[in-house]
Design a protein around this ligand. Sequence first.
Ligand code: ZN
Length: 137
Amino acid sequence: MKIYFKELLLRTQQRRELIDITLDVEKVVRESSISNGLCLIFVPHATAAIVLNEHERGLLNDIMRKISEMYPDNGGWDHNRIDDNAAAHLASTFIGPATFMPVKEGKLIRGTWQNIFLVELDGPRPTRKVVVEVIGE
Ligand code: ZN
């Protein structure tokens, strides 16, 4: 079994945004030379998340709107007493920091309308890391 590890470094530009990292992840899978296995996509931050879905402008707006509705900034959150970003932590907690995707014959298996996004929830940040680890043979 082989393990191939790579960190993507991304700059975010808005408070909340979705950044399509599909091409970057597919490049890591190619570099890994692993034919069959799993690809972990993990964000090592408490105020960001990873999601899979269609890259269509209207849908991206809808996703961000739903996140804002579910985790409003002014929710009376306790964490805002020490750090004004409880909504970002909550969204990260419940959306989740990682996903696994299957790798088969050297390619990620994903649906036609299933791109990979970093979800920035407390930006802008000069550097956000995304760990991509391919495990297999
Ligand atoms: Zn905080």
